[in-house]
Design a protein around this ligand. Structure first.
Ligand code: AVW
Length: 221
């Protein structure tokens, strides 16, 4: 089979994977996406995985410009679903893209459950040295309500994964640093066999690096 046919087959398989059907749009458990996640599972990019929390814009600017690190939204499924809204509605077997519950309207909405499930799979596959960009302009860069804290960190495990390296993205007058108590909490709940590091990096330094195509990734922080 040539490459085009392989992709065509893959797309048909993904398209035909069972998806949450006629149901209450506030009652979609994350397990509803198990078949889809299993169909699209990709080989993990060991040592290149980048997690994030409240740093979405700069993280994606970074991965668009430099190909050394990859986020969930740079994987096939994450890329396709990023920015989309969808839901079913009671009594209809159509898919809707408007009038769907918002992120905070109910916990088990289809979009939030999808990202919870996809994040679980991405974190379970984490291997080697893993990076996370957290937001140093916040008092609590490691927020217990975030997907990163409530789902991803709990899935990180050695020996498949070796280290978690926090890049704390700061602005000039920020007072939050690597000593921040939420980061101590992060360190405390991490699998004790994982090496932990934290580095404060000025946002402007990362942006300069992004806009200079000659700067290798390793020089950005
Ligand atoms: P985030 P996470 N209202 O920046 O750690 C609307 O907090 O949770 O980072 N949308 C929301 C809300 C909300 N209150 N909270 C979260 N979102 C949506 C997947 C929104 O689209 C990757 F692997 C926001 O941009 C990262 O490591 C996104 O969730 C990790 O999970 C992220 O919220 C980032 O999740």
């Amino acid at each position: 089979m040539n490459e085009d046919d392989l992709w065509k087959n893959k797309c048909e398989e993904v398209w035909n994977a069972p998806a949450p059907g006629i149901q209450d749009p506030c009652d979609v458990p994350m397990e509803a996406y198990d078949p889809l996640i299993h169909t699209v599972s990709e080989k993990a990019a060991c040592n290149r995985m980048l997690f994030w929390s409240k740093t979405k814009d700069i993280v994606h600017q970074f991965t668009d410009a430099k190909k050394c690190l990859l986020t969930l939204e740079d994987t096939l499924l994450g890329f396709v679903m990023d920015g989309l809204t969808w839901c079913s509605k009671k009594g209809s077997n159509e898919s809707f893209t408007t009038g769907c519950p918002g992120w905070l309207d109910c916990e088990k909405n289809p979009v939030r459950s999808f990202w919870n499930r996809a994040s679980t799979a991405f974190a379970e596959s984490a291997c080697g040295n893993v990076t996370v960009m957290l937001n140093g302009s916040l008092d609590t860069p490691f927020n217990p309500n975030s997907i990163f804290a409530s789902i991803e960190v709990k899935k990180f495990s050695s020996p498949k994964m070796r280290a978690l390296n926090v890049v704390l993205v700061t602005r000039r007058n920020d007072t939050t640093n690597c000593e921040n108590s939420s980061l101590q909490t992060l360190r405390g709940i991490l699998d004790p066999n994982l090496t932990y590091s934290c580095k404060e990096v000025q946002r402007s330094r990362i942006l300069d690096c992004i806009s200079d195509p000659d700067r290798p990734c390793g020089d950005c922080w």
